[in-house]
Structures are given as structure tokens and as C-alpha cells.
Design a protein around this ligand. Structure first.
Ligand code: GUN
Ligand code: ZN
Length: 386
């Protein structure tokens, strides 16, 4: 497909290649400092600078060209000094493709019970030595500048509960705008690293619109929609994503943070979102679950002990494909919960599944057949034929 519209900023180019004629879905190419990626895209999460159980080479073989790291984890260990000494996170983990780092605030607030947010930043006790620490917008950006990730995220004030405390929600939304300004001022490498803003505002349509207007005015190279990874009702989720995508500029990438269930991905794409990340596909692999087009299957179930087929018939991953590793469900079943190889193989499969789902969605958008793709996707999921 060829470009129908294009926009560039200092460290990225966004080429729109197709628009769906009936939904808001679009297909594009996002060219980052470490190469082009095709959107829509799912980005696996390599929290500790590795996808648990996979070598960088195995991750590359899933066709992944953009994955996540977390500033919070890398900032604590190996820490800024070692990251600076080695020359950034690409070199540290032997990854020549693109990296996106989340800013750290969300991880802290969701992982630590004692995180305390003030206008200055997020105060927390180090999980390593219990020392009080403070993550400010400036410090998060400084860490991400040292990490050298292709996309860096602003520090935002995230509420993890979906409690309808409107006063606190407004404070968090307005503070996130103020923190974006501090992040923009602190950012030292705008020519090589793309700073994305994060829209907050909970489930309140008006607050989301207000936040969109404020964030759009700051003209970052890409835009994220945050505050949605909880268990909100599907109609609330869709309303918030749609409210934002309707206001966002067409020629910038749109990233819905913390989303990973296949159903949520294909629906979010229909609403005009381009990028997603979630730990679920890799975490569920480690718990023995394989994602397939007919739904998630638990390999430890006894029915798989004598199933000599691949993890998923027709899958193109290194485990399942013709002429690939020749992994059977029976083999994974035999090792699951005992040997880590089962987790590694399911991780390869699940990451490939997620990336392939987005490729198929992209092809359907380019063929202008996205509604039919959606119908077939949901027919497969609910046909329960594993
Ligand atoms: N990951 C999932 N949701 C969010 C969010 O709202 N903000 C940040 N920084 N990371 C996230
Ligand atoms: Zn597979």
C-alpha cells in the first residue's frame, strides 16, 4: 500500500496508508530511529530489559520490531550509571530494534502500596533497600534519556482505582498536563527520542475532551490514552477511546496503554487506535495458557497429554510452523508447571499470535474489509473449537 498522507517530526515519520471506509480503523507506517514499524501494532513488554524467557534473537524471530521497557525497573536496576556506561538500553540488552519506555509512575502506583503522589512527583520507598525516593517528571525524563528509548512517555498522575472521585480525577488530569510541560522542558534528546503525552480523565467524557485539547496543543510527536487498563465496562472503555480518537490529529500515532486482550485490540483498532501494550500475553504464557484464534487454552488440562498437534494449527510461530521446532501440545503439557521451557515456548507462540493478529487487522484495513475481519474474529472466538 502507498502513502495517502504523511507527517514528520524531528524523530519520527507517520505515513497513513489506508483508512477503513466504515469504521475509524487505519493502517500506517511509523518510522522510528531504529526502523519502521507497521501499525496497528501490539508491543510486548520486556519489563527488565528482556522478555522473560526469551533471548533478543527469539524475540526478533516473532517479528517484533518495537517492545517496551520500564523506566521504573531499569532506573532501580541496573540504574542510571550503568545504563549510561553501556550506552543505553539498546546496547544493554542487545536489541537493535525500537524500544518504548513507560515513565515509571504507573508501575509505582500499581506495584507499590506506599506510593504517594504530590505536585512534585511520586514518592515511594525503594523495594531494594526501603530508602525513600522521589520520581519527578524531570527525573523520569533524565532516566529515559539515558535509556535512549525511541519513544519515551511523560510522567503522568494515574489513578489505579476507577473510583468516581471527580475532584481527585480532575486533579490527576490537570497535574498530568502540568507534568507534560515539565517533561517537555526536561527532554534533552528531542531529535532522537519521541516524547508522547498521556491523556487522562478517567471515564468522564468531558474531562477526557478537555485533556485531549490541552495535550494536543503541546504538539508531541505521538499521543497515548492512559487510565484504561482496569476492569472498566466495555461500553465505558469504548466511549473513552472513541471520545479521544475523534479529537486527535489524524497524522499522529495513537497508543492505548495497558491493553492486550485480542478482543480489546481489534475493537480499539476499529475505534482508531494504533498501538497497544500489555503484560498479559507473556504472563499468561508463564501460567501455561496459549492464545489461539478460538480462544485461550490451558495446556495443563489433561486432554492435551495425548494431543500431538502444534500449539495452534496453522500458526506461523517458530514452535508451530511447518518445518519449525515441531513442538506439540503434548510436549508443552508434559513440561508445563515443571520446566521453564514450556513458558518459553508459550511466550514465543503468544507474542507471535498478538503480532500476527495486528498484521491481519492491518491487511484487512488495507483491503477495506475490516468489518468482515471483525465478524470472523468474533465468530472464531465464540466457536470454541480448540
Ligand atoms: N500503563 C497502563 N495505563 C497507563 C497509564 O495510564 N499511564 C502510564 N504511564 N502507563 C500506563
Ligand atoms: Zn504458534
Amino acid at each position: 500500500a502507498s502513502t495517502i498522507a504523511s507527517a514528520s517530526s524531528a524523530a519520527l515519520t507517520f505515513d497513513l496508508v489506508a483508512r477503513c471506509s466504515t469504521t475509524r480503523a487505519r493502517a500506517s507506517v511509523l518510522t522510528l530511529p531504529h526502523g519502521p514499524v507497521q501499525l496497528p501494532i501490539f508491543m510486548p513488554v520486556a519489563t527488565q530489559a528482556s522478555l522473560k524467557g526469551l533471548t533478543p534473537e527469539q524475540l526478533e524471530e516473532t517479528s517484533c520490531r518495537l517492545c517496551l521497557n520500564n523506566t521504573y525497573h531499569l532506573g532501580l536496576k541496573p540504574g542510571q550509571e550503568i545504563l549510561a556506561a553501556v550506552g543505553g538500553a539498546h546496547k544493554f540488552q542487545g536489541w537493535d530494534h525500537n524500544l518504548l519506555t513507560d515513565s515509571g509512575g504507573f508501575q509505582m502506583v500499581s506495584l507499590l502500596t506506599l506510593a504517594n503522589i504530590t505536585e512534585e512527583g511520586v514518592r515511594f520507598l525503594s523495594p531494594h533497600d526501603g530508602k525513600p525516593m522521589l520520581l519527578t517528571p524531570e527525573h523520569s525524563i533524565s532516566l529515559q534519556n539515558t535509556i535512549g528509548s525511541d519513544i519515551i512517555m511523560q510522567l503522568d498522575d494515574v489513578l489505579v482505582t476507577t473510583s468516581p472521585d471527580h475532584k481527585r480525577m480532575r486533579e490527576a488530569m490537570e497535574r498530568s498536563v502540568r507534568w507534560l510541560d515539565r517533561c517537555i522542558t526536561a527532554h534533552k534528546n528531542p531529535d532522537t527520542q519521541n516524547l508522547f503525552c498521556i491523556i487522562q480523565g478517567g471515564l468522564d467524557t468531558e474531562m477526557r475532551k478537555e485533556c485531549c485539547r490541552e495535550m494536543i496543543a503541546r504538539d508531541t510527536p505521538g499521543i497515548a490514552i492512559g487510565g484504561l487498563s482496569g476492569g472498566e465496562a466495555k461500553d465505558d472503555f469504548c466511549r473513552v477511546v472513541r471520545t479521544c480518537t475523534e479529537l486527535l490529529p489524524e497524522l499522529k500515532p495513537r497508543y492505548v496503554m495497558g491493553i492486550g486482550y485480542p478482543e480489546d485490540l481489534v475493537v480499539s483498532v476499529a475505534l482508531g487506535a494504533d498501538m497497544f501494550d500489555c503484560v498479559w500475553p507473556t504472563r499468561t504464557a508463564r501460567f501455561g495458557s496459549a492464545i489461539t484464534k478460538h480462544g485461550v487454552i490451558k495446556i495443563k488440562s489433561s486432554e492435551y497429554a495425548t494431543d500431538f498437534g502444534p500449539i495452534e494449527e496453522g500458526c506461523g510461530c517458530a514452535c508451530c510452523k511447518e518445518g519449525g521446532l515441531g513442538i506439540t501440545r503434548a510436549f508443552v503439557h508434559h513440561n508445563v508447571a515443571k520446566e521453564t521451557v514450556a513458558a518459553h515456548l508459550l511466550t514465543i507462540h503468544n507474542v507471535w499470535y498478538q503480532l500476527n493478529l495486528m498484521k491481519e487487522a492491518r491487511n484487512a484495513i488495507i483491503a477495506d474489509e475490516y468489518p468482515a475481519f471483525l465478524r470472523q474474529f468474533f465468530a472464531n472466538i465464540y466457536s470454541d473449537k480448540t
